[in-house]
Write a protein that binds this ligand. Structure first.
Ligand code: NI
Length: 171
């Protein structure tokens, strides 16, 4: 396992649509292990493969609270198959936009179909934090970020801030 650097906006890879996984080989298992290690270390509750520059439809998450046992979930080629009409607002953050949090309104419940790390099909119904996390992570696979749900003013402001920081870091 290895810790992988997490890309930050405005890295263009965060805006690309990723490719479905076709092979459940050792490389995929290593990628998943690296993603969990990187997510837990950050720490975060979800991570999508493009956030570490792997343009594949893989996400990992764990929304268990600190006092409970870890509850790692791996989703490969996930698809939202149902979204509730009822909405829920939650303050979201993203490891690719560190230390920036804003409320986002999304469907309160969802159903998702995906392959687990063995390649078995799984369907899962989720609500609350898990439903939000699933939708946030699946967005990443299509190059979408939570700031896209904010007003243009807020989105432009945070994008500018990170673009400036990236330029400074590049010298
Ligand atoms: Ni994110």
């Amino acid at each position: 396992m290895a810790l992988r650097p997490i890309l930050q906006i405005p890295d263009p890879r965060l805006r690309q649509v990723t490719d479905p996984v076709a092979e459940f080989d050792d490389a995929l298992q290593t990628l998943i292990d690296d993603m969990f290690q990187t997510m837990y270390e950050a720490p975060g509750i979800g991570l999508a493969a493009p956030q570490i520059g792997e343009m594949k439809r893989v996400v990992v998450m764990d929304v268990s609270d600190k006092e409970s046992e870890p509850d790692p979930i791996t989703m490969i080629n996930p698809e939202l198959i149902w979204l509730s009409d009822e909405l829920w607002t939650h303050e979201e953050g993203c490891l690719s936009i560190p230390e920036y949090y804003e409320e986002v309104e999304r469907p309160a419940e969802c159903k998702v179909r995906f392959l687990d790390r063995q390649g078995e099909t799984v369907e899962l119904a989720a609500e609350g934090l898990l439903a939000t996390c699933i939708q946030h992570e699946i967005d990443h696979l299509d190059g979408k970020l939570f700031i896209d749900y904010l007003s243009r003013l807020k989105r432009d402001r945070v994008t500018k801030k990170f673009t400036k920081a990236a330029k400074r870091a590049a010298g």
